[in-house]
Design a protein around this ligand. Structure first.
Ligand SMILES: Cc1cc2nc3c(=O)[nH]c(=O)nc-3n(C[C@H](O)[C@H](O)[C@H](O)COP(=O)(O)OP(=O)(O)OC[C@H]3O[C@@H](n4cnc5c(N)ncnc54)[C@H](O)[C@@H]3O)c2cc1C
Length: 443
């Protein structure tokens, strides 16, 4: 237990987003399920506000609360891979970097997030976008079972047969249901090398590139997961210094199979969208791909993000995106267009709480900055750009990319679409007294 008098208090309450400055009464650092059971029992006895921490990467900082109890699982780092059954059991404090490292020993993956420092827990419970999602689905689609401590203190193993409602809700709607202590994931063969495209296009061609990218993306096979970024070129040693901080359109795509001629042919349309500033396409180890961007989003800087799902990327939507991109408040800020479809769309919309199976795109507007004096301007930019993109939205937003607690109101009812009612029923059945209600209200 870490309280305000503990020398490690400030470190224990810090999360990835430096904008978040919450002061919990106590942080319960759990090292196993028994600790979680005790923390939940203490919460039942004393009724503090409770928050749950996995990797601490949620932009809204919902892993920490003011004056309450943080149930901190970040020390629970166990991973066991069974290559025979192609499954991995991972505790809830594991990051994607930790999990990829273990599964890649066997040439296997479970599709995860794009930044290796992000926690598997929050990301999977909210759905889970990644570099190979069109081939292998969302992270939550690979969950076979999970262990969860519910508000009554019971340790439950949930899967399709046991507690199916809780299993349904935990995949895409997994806030405010209990404390997940571990996940069992199904694994897929991929790696150690993967083929990908990374092409930087000059900003003056942005509109043509976006249109060409959209058309190429509509035609892409499910083995290809494209992604487009409007950004200033990061100061990456692999990029010539004269390009650093130059505005550009970045086109990325990853092939969900072995590198080779098939991969090259499938990726070619993503690579040939116009004369590039720089083409860094090729193959690289999967673990390296997953970690390649981590340093670009360092701990302790200030972040705010919001997103929309979209069925189409119309010409007008492209022009609106570019208009708001031209007003980006800092070079660290960016707009990312991810493509769904393929394996994501294969899953029956009612199979899990994730409610956006038919969306083709997710657009996230990501403000990043360092100077606290920029807080207002950077947040206002992201909120305004998000408002401007609303007419193109297919409804709802992505819980994992939700802004701040103040933005949660407008998310409610939209996040899970038609699944909202079933999710609320499930929460009420497993947590009738609302022990985890604050976690359910926060993104
Ligand atoms: C740099 C960066 C990159 C990202 N990239 C991606 C990406 O590629 N794809 C994507 O889909 N998302 C991505 N995200 C968003 C990410 O999915 C969410 O921020 C997610 O919440 C992170 O999980 P975490 O465990 O680190 O979160 P935390 O901040 O620890 O937790 C967030 C919330 O999840 C719930 N939670 C966490 N652990 C548990 C648990 N064990 N039991 C019950 N509830 C729990 C709690 O309600 C908690 O408040 C990214 C975020 C960042 C900051």
């Amino acid at each position: 237990m870490i309280d305000r008098a503990h020398p490690g208090y400030d470190e224990a309450r810090a999360v990835w987003n430096g904008l978040i400055d919450r002061r919990p009464a106590v942080v319960a650092r759990c090292s196993g399920t028994a600790d979680v059971v005790e923390a939940v029992a203490a919460a039942r006895d004393h009724r503090p506000v409770v928050s749950i921490r996995g990797g601490g990467h949620q932009v809204a900082g919902s892993a920490v609360c003011d004056d309450g109890l943080v149930i901190d699982l970040s020390g629970m780092k166990g991973v066991h891979v069974d290559p025979t059954t192609r499954t991995a059991r991972a505790q809830a404090g594991v990051t994607w970097g930790d999990l990829d490292r273990e599964t890649q020993v066997h040439g296997l993956i479970t599709p995860g997030g794009e930044i290796s420092a992000t926690g598997i827990a929050g990301l999977t419970l909210g759905g889970g976008f990644g570099f190979v999602m069109r081939t292998f689905g969302l992270s939550c689609d690979s969950v076979r079972s999970l262990e969860i401590v519910t508000a009554d203190g019971r340790v439950r193993t949930v899967d399709r047969e046991q507690e199916p409602d809780l299993f349904w809700a935990s995949r895409g709607g997994g806030r405010g249901l209990g404390v997940v202590t571990s996940f069992e994931f199904g694994l897929h063969a991929l790696g150690p090398e993967v083929a990908g495209v990374l092409v930087l296009h000059p900003y003056e061609h942005a509109e043509q590139v976006l249109r060409a990218w959209r058309d190429a993306t509509y035609a892409a096979p499910r083995t290809v997961t494209p992604e487009l970024l409007l950004w200033s070129v990061p100061a990456d040693p692999a990029i010539p210094p004269e390009l650093h901080r130059v505005n550009c359109v970045m086109v990325g795509a990853v092939y969900g199979g072995p590198p080779g001629d098939g991969a090259t042919a499938a990726l070619a349309p993503q690579r040939q969208l116009g004369p590039p500033l720089l083409d860094l396409s090729g193959s690289l180890p999967y673990v390296m791909l997953q970690g390649a961007n981590t340093w670009r989003f360092p701990d302790g800087e200030r972040y705010f993000m919001k997103s929309h799902f979209m069925e189409e990327l119309t010409d007008e939507a492209i022009r609106t995106l570019l208009d708001w991109d031209s007003r980006r408040p800092t070079p660290e800020s960016l707009i990312v267009v991810r493509t769904l479809g393929g394996a994501v769309a294969d899953v029956d919309p009612d199979d899990s709480a994730f409610a956006h199976r038919s969306a083709r795109f997710n657009v996230s507007i990501d403000a990043g900055w360092q100077d606290p004096a920029m807080d207002e301007a950077a947040i206002a930019w992201a909120r305004s750009a998000w408002e401007a993109m609303k007419p193109f939205s297919s409804g709802g937003t992505y819980v994992n990319f939700a802004g701040l607690a103040e933005d949660a109101g407008e998310l409610r009812g939209a996040v899970f679409g038609s699944h909202e009612e079933r999710l609320e029923r499930t929460r009420a059945a497993y947590d009738p007294e609302g022990l985890f209600a604050p976690a359910a209200r926060m993104p």
